[in-house]
Ligand binder design. Structure first.
Ligand code: NDP
Length: 491
């Protein structure tokens, strides 16, 4: 592939600090192609050390109080629009970089790039409109509430949709005048590094958005840094706890956590079968199940269970037949999981579940190259089965049947997570009743795994703290400041 912005040989070549590529002082990072298990043929990138992170923070601080602080909301908005334009212009290269190490089919990544650009445009619109508040001097004081940027922020992201997460964190941060340092997953940082470069091409001053790479330790250096005022994280609940802990033990930095899930899909017998089959299948096989909001627990009304499950099995079998395709081939729609570690983790869930019951479909080991896992269904797993309770983050679906609406709600809510859920029915009143009863941050009625810039995204319970996107995210990147003005004339 010939790329327009970078050639494959000089693609992202270091940390992106202060609008320049700077080699990290840490260990070399190599990347594996999950479609064949071979090393990706690019020079290694070096990780950031503590001193690299200090450098990034001091650039970010200088930008926060320097030229960037003089930009009007309108000017910040124009830059965000320019960045969105560049993202669309370079969509093919970004998709290539993103797919290269993650094994996510390029067809899937491409679809996400316009969504990413939309997030920057949405917050460009907010940049000069996120006003504060005012209260009249009925008590002898005028009161003004201003929303001040928090300062230097950090974004730590997972690999399954790095570019979207980058946008969800940096767009509201920049719209409100903060600076931000992003750390993508060590497993697939190329796309995020490339966007760092586009930020500089859009005309943002040095230090406003920087990208550092490295493993968990690099994330820890950010979340425990005394001069970073906020961290926004997307990843597992286990790591989220560590980040919140590091934030508490350092400078009590503000924390937003977008964590894992075990989301329910509830299918009633009046649902539109073809559309429901599509969404229920997509809800757990899209991105090979590596989606935080994947609907991994399906509850189907007893009256249609046999027919529905048989159709779902056929759909899963058809997907499995497409396994092994090159993720960089636009015709490939179902990719491998990210790496050997994830392959082993998901396989372990399947093997352990197989001790209790045979999979209704899937569950077998793929014999070709690469870390492919066939979409798998377990019917009626025991209540305490690990595969039914814990987030697999792979294409594994548990199905149970229910008789009544009340039973469906009880099953849907019987989880420690609360990220998302879906309800399938043609009865609007029931759809609203059940959506309100499910404890989750996003509920789809006759759809699943949908996100968009206007609407908050985040979790109840173990699925997170705070919200990304929509107006809600702006609150997480600003501190309200109240200014009291004595009304002398009335005194
Ligand atoms: P991890 O939690 O392992 O990692 C996420 C990020 O945190 C990575 O950049 C990782 O670095 C970094 N990290 C790891 N350890 C630490 C630490 N101690 N301190 C600071 N940062 C650290 O998640 P995965 O990348 O494996 O992603 C899968 C998980 O993410 C799933 O549980 C999934 O549900 C969740 N997720 C949640 C989403 C949501 O919006 N709620 C969206 C997408 C995923 P490195 O990878 O380099 O080790």
């Amino acid at each position: 592939m010939v790329s327009k912005l970078f050639t494959v040989d000089d693609c992202p070549s270091g940390l992106f600090l202060n609008n320049e590529w700077i080699p990290g002082e840490g260990e070399p990072l190599r990347f594996t192609n999950s479609a064949d298990g071979e090393l990706v043929d690019i020079p290694p990138l070096h990780t950031a050390t503590a001193s690299d992170i200090d450098k990034a923070v001091s650039y970010a601080q200088a930008a926060f109080t320097g030229e960037w602080s003089t930009f009007s909301g309108e000017k910040r908005g124009l830059l965000l629009h320019k960045l969105a334009d560049l993202i669309i212009e370079h969509a093919e290269e970004l998709a290539y970089f993103e797919s290269r190490c993650s094994g996510i089919p390029i067809s899937f990544v491409r679809r996400g790039i316009p969504s990413m650009a939309s997030v920057f445009r949405y917050y460009a619109g907010w940049a000069d409109k996120y006003k504060g508040d005012y209260f009249p001097p009925t008590d002898g004081f005028y009161k003004i509430v201003e929303h001040e940027p928090i300062g230097v922020c950090a974004g730590i992201t997972a690999w399954n949709a790095s570019l979207l997460f980058l946008a969800w964190k940096s767009a509201p941060a920049l719209a409100t005048g903060n600076t931000i340092i992003i750390k993508p997953s060590e497993k697939s940082p190329l796309g995020t590094l490339a966007v760092g470069y586009l930020v500089s091409k859009a005309g943002f001053p040095p230090g406003v958005l920087q990208v550092v790479i490295g493993e968990g330790l690099t994330g820890h250096l950010l979340s425990s840094h005394m001069k970073i005022n906020k961290v926004s994280f997307t990843g597992s609940t286990t790591t989220g706890r560590k980040i919140q802990d590091a934030a508490t033990k350092s400078n009590l930095k503000r924390v937003t956590l977008e964590l894992g899930g075990k989301s329910p899909a509830v299918v009633f017998d009046d649902a539109d079968m073809q559309k429901t089959l599509f969404w229920c299948s997509f809800g757990i096989t899209g991105n090979t199940g590596q989606v935080c909001a994947a609907t991994s627990r399906l509850f189907v009304q007893e009256t249609i269970a046999e027919q529905f499950v048989n159709s779902l099995k056929e759909s899963f079998q058809a997907i499995a037949e497409g396994m092994g395709g090159d993720p960089l081939n636009p015709a490939t729609t179902y990719g491998p999981v990210i790496d050997k570690l994830q392959y082993d983790r998901v396989s372990e869930f399947i093997q352990t579940a197989k001790h209790d019951l045979a999979p209704a479909v899937g569950g077998e080991v793929y014999r070709g190259k690469g870390y492919y896992i066939p979409p798998t269904i377990f019917l009626n797993p025991p209540e305490d089965a690990k595969v039914y309770r814990e987030e697999v983050f792979g294409p594994v679906l548990c199905i149970k049947t229910f008789k009544t609406e009340a039973e469906a709600i009880q099953l849907a809510n019987d989880t420690d997570y609360g990220l998302a859920g879906s309800v399938y029915t043609q009865d609007l009143k029931r759809a609203l009743r059940v959506s309100r009863a499910i404890r989750g941050g996003t509920i789809g009625v006759n759809c699943a795994s949908v996100v968009g810039p206007q609407v908050p995204m985040g979790g109840f319970k173990l699925s997170g703290v705070g919200r990304e996107m929509g107006e809600y995210a702006l609150r997480h990147y600003t501190e309200p400041k109240s200014i009291w003005i004595s009304n002398y004339s009335a005194a």
